[in-house]
Design a protein around this ligand. Structure first.
Ligand code: OSB
Ligand code: MG
Length: 356
């Protein structure tokens, strides 16, 4: 599906989004939906659309069949035997959560232990220039967003943040570097301290919890980790080392809702704030993100924008809509959204069926 406008990061410009929609059908004909959120190229994590399709078809689903693991709870023993490939795993795990919630007649958010009906949402600006970023922010504020995240990288940081803060002084603003810096550039990051950013997301390398810990001691802006946290153990290490004050939890990056919940519980117990990250995904994954964000610890607005942020028409009905910076968690069972079959068919380029 083409994005309405290109999404610029220092690593990749996303203009078209491919993804895999997983439809899990029970014996009674109930349908659960999940989405794998890997990109076409491995710029964000190692996985791609192709590797996740391969893992699902040739490794994960065959092992699930062998172990008769068809509920989310039973997947952990399957996932234990397959290293990494978290987005592929999450694609099927989330479909089974949706299916299980529907079979039990419960909204997914309640089924996984959510405590609030309304989640706080925010939007990401990933523009090509400051002028374009300012214009987008203006539009998003008019649409009711109350928190904005902006992409930064060396040389595209201080002046941009300064200009945006001057124009929108009261706007809760955060910055995401997607690993664009090293410790040698500590001064550039320190220079952002006076602007009172809510946080700086993933300034340093993916595998560098130690350097993040050193950096956090030298800057006032809270560090939020994204790419560095793919397991419960990563989160434990980051907390022990003091590498961050906040963690962005993405269901795909951590390998499913079960893992996301356990990282959430750990953070809650250790005073680490969490919020739900986004993957320029379609409505199915967004619906799972909404459900996750109803858990107690998700107090910071997530990257949970309206369907219309990226898409002319999403593959779910109704479309996701942010109002006054909030999204209502649906009361229907499972993810609480219907699939827009016509739209899904329109954008489907490949389909496979696996008999259980
Ligand atoms: O780093 O959070 C990120 C999008 C794709 C991959 C990684 C990231 C992002 C975003 C935007 O920042 C998330 C969204 O609104 O979907
Ligand atoms: Mg990020």
């Amino acid at each position: 599906m083409p994005l309405k406008s290109p999404f610029y990061t220092h690593l990749e410009v996303v203009t078209n989004r491919k993804g895999i929609i997983v439809e899990a059908i029970s014996e009674n004909g109930v349908k659960g939906y999940g989405e794998t959120v890997a990109f076409s190229t491995p710029w964000y994590t190692e996985e791609t659309v192709q590797t996740s399709l391969h893992m699902l078809k040739d490794v994960i689903i065959p092992l699930m069949k062998k172990e008769k693991a068809s509920t989310p709870e039973r997947l952990s023993s399957v996932f234990e035997k397959i290293r990494g490939n978290h987005m592929a795993k999450a694609g099927i795990e989330t479909a089974l959560w949706d299916l299980e919630a529907k079979e039990n007649g419960e909204p997914l958010w309640k089924w996984i232990g959510g405590v609030r009906r309304e989640v706080k949402a925010g939007v990401v600006v990933a523009a090509d220039s400051v002028e374009e970023a300012e214009q987008q922010i203006e539009e998003y504020l008019n649409e009711g967003y109350e928190r904005v995240k902006i992409k930064i990288s060396p040389g595209k940081d201080l002046s941009i943040i300064k200009q945006i803060k001057e124009r929108f002084p009261d706007l809760p603003l955060m910055a995401d570097a997607n690993s664009a810096y090293s410790l040698e550039e500590v001064d550039a990051i320190k220079a952002l301290d006076p602007f009172g950013l809510m946080m700086i997301e993933q300034p340093l390398a993916v595998d560098d919890l130690v350097d993040h810990s050193i950096l956090q001691k030298q800057i006032q802006t809270p560090i939020c980790l994204d790419e560095s946290i793919s397991t419960y153990h990563d989160a434990e290490s980051a907390i022990k080392l003091g590498s961050c004050q906040v963690i962005n939890i993405k269901i795909g990056r951590v390998g499913g809702i079960q893992s996301a919940k356990s990282i959430h519980d750990l953070c809650l117990a250790n005073g680490i704030d969490v919020w739900c990250g986004g993957m320029i995904e379609f409505g199915i994954s967004r619906a799972h993100n909404i459900a996750l964000s109803t858990l107690e610890g998700f107090t910071i607005p997530g990257d949970l924008s309206s369907s219309s942020r990226f898409w002319e028409e999403d593959i779910i009905e109704p479309q996701i809509e942010v109002k006054n910076g909030r999204i209502q968690a649906p009361m229907k069972s499972g993810i609480g959204f219907e699939i827009n079959e016509r739209r899904l068919k329109e954008v489907t380029i490949h389909k496979e069926e696996i008999k259980w």
